[in-house]
Ligand binder design. Structure first.
Ligand code: ZN
Length: 477
């Protein structure tokens, strides 16, 4: 079944082939390949509706922490993708295909990396134990893109505490029905806690961090009235029973004190800096905290201070601090990137390019260094070298919207306008902006110098995106 019976067929027969439905109403479980496709469509929908953070350093951190945890959960097979949502909410969610969203507010609220890891380990367990299967059943009669939008809308609705958001409008399904399907049962929550704690211990984190965090959140939740309760508490109620259970489970593991990684602290400061309205606000915060000795990690505070000093164009002061940080840790990617940024803004961009190139030589294929190096090369007008670097990254991250955006710029700067439009189309597609993707491909197809195969390939892609677009519009009515 491609479309639900009551919906008028909106796509032409020939185009339906491009839109496999995600399962069938008899409740067959998705194949791993179908779930991957659903996951990628889910991600496009999330990018279209949520402030997904594109910062390469923060993305690399959450991905690396998530992978550490996923590899310690023996049932977690396949690739997991972790991403950050820019929001002060204390929250995380799991979608299809191992896509796990973490709100920046969760990172800044945790008091240790083990606390952050405990929530991520819990979400990984929802995926590894296939708790989303009932959700797939609920949308199994829909085409894949529509199902992805429906799941994303419900996840966002739950996350923003507004169950009506988008669901009915975007998909034509009854919001209440979907909501019931996606809310995990109590037994799922218990299982996710229990497996999450085991994962924490296996990955070398402190397993008691989960009940400690729950308990603190439980106390904080008394400050909210029910309507503004953070989603993690609303869909994951922290009862005294649940906290006691989690303590009981954690006690089964030997006590493990764990030092937070430096990168955890650096990520927290990076997020703090992003939240300042004015660099001057940040300068006041950091200079005061450093003077008073009020910080959890002095080195990370100095890093945050450097970032706000650079933003405020106080380059001499910023240079002093970043040089001292780099002299202790010449290999620290965050510091290399900050120093390169400082060189660029203070009028010495080629020095910055050199630093990033050297860093990349020591960390071959590193994602943030590749992105910043590519950007730095674009800034000084060397687009041709950029394409190779980014295309190499693309082989491992075919759904990374930021890579397409930079590739579009590199192609355009190098004089290949048609390829620029193609990459821009992919950028829009991966951010869920299908209309803009269609327009870009239409422009690209007007190029008279296109070869036959190139032109046919592009036309096929255009047809695919158009079919997806009209399928979604049919449900939007
Ligand atoms: Zn849960």
């Amino acid at each position: 079944m491609l479309l639900i019976a009551s919906a008028p067929p909106a796509v032409q027969a020939g185009e339906q082939l491009a839109l496999p439905d995600i399962g069938n109403p008899s409740g067959n479980v998705l194949t791993p390949a179908d779930e991957q496709r659903l996951g990628r469509a889910f991600m496009r929908s999330i990018r279209n509706t949520m402030p997904v953070i594109q910062d390469p350093l923060l993305s690399a951190y959450i991905q690396s922490l998530g992978e550490q945890l996923a590899s310690a959960n023996e049932d977690a097979i396949g690739r997991f993708e972790f991403f950050l949502i820019n929001s002060a909410q204390v929250n995380a969610f799991a979608g299809p295909g191992g896509h796990i969203g973490v709100y920046s507010g969760l990172i800044t609220t945790t008091e240790s990396e083990s606390e952050l890891a405990s929530v991520i380990a819990h979400e990984i367990a929802h995926v590894s134990q296939k708790h989303l299967v009932r959700t797939y059943d609920a949308v199994s009669s829909m085409s894949l893109p529509a199902a992805a939008v429906a799941i994303a809308a419900v996840v966002i609705g739950a996350a923003t505490n507004n169950p009506d958001i988008g669901v009915a409008a975007a998909t034509g399904v009854q919001a209440g029905m979907m909501q019931r399907e996606i809310n995990f049962t109590r037994s799922h929550e218990e299982e996710a806690d229990s497996i999450g704690i085991r994962t924490l211990a296996a990955a070398g984190f402190d397993p008691t961090a989960m009940p400690v965090f729950f308990s603190r959140m439980g106390k904080a939740s008394r400050l909210y009235d029910n309507g503004t309760l953070p989603e993690f508490l609303r869909t994951h109620p922290v009862t005294s029973n649940r906290i006691a259970d989690a303590y009981g489970r954690a006690d089964a593991f030997p006590y493990k004190q764990r030092r937070d990684s430096l990168v955890y602290h650096l990520a927290r400061e990076r997020l703090r800096v992003m939240a300042f309205n004015e660099p001057s606000e940040g300068i006041e915060f950091y200079s005061k905290a450093l003077d008073d000795g009020r910080y959890r990690n002095e080195e990370a505070h100095n890093y945050g201070y450097t970032l706000v000093l650079i933003a405020a164009r106080k380059y001499t002061q910023a240079r002093k601090i970043i040089d001292s940080l780099l002299s202790n840790r010449p290999d620290q990617i965050e510091y290399i990137v900050a120093k390169a940024e400082l060189e660029k803004l203070s009028g010495q961009p080629t020095l910055g390019v050199g630093l990033l190139k050297q860093g990349l030589g020591e960390h071959p294929g590193n994602y943030p260094l590749s992105i910043y190096y590519a950007q730095a090369l674009l800034d000084i007008g060397r687009p041709k070298e950029v394409k190779q670097i980014l295309e190499q990254q693309l082989t491992g991250r075919p759904d990374d919207a930021l890579l397409y955006k930079l590739l579009a710029q590199a192609s355009g700067d190098a004089g290949d306008k048609t390829q620029g439009h193609q990459y821009l189309a992919e950028y829009y597609y991966h951010t869920g902006a299908l209309n803009s993707a269609v327009i870009q491909l239409e422009i690209a197809l007007k190029d008279r110098d296109l070869g036959y195969y190139e032109s046919a390939r592009m036309a096929a892609r255009l047809k695919e995106i158009r079919a997806e677009k009209s399928d979604l519009e049919a449900r939007n009515r």
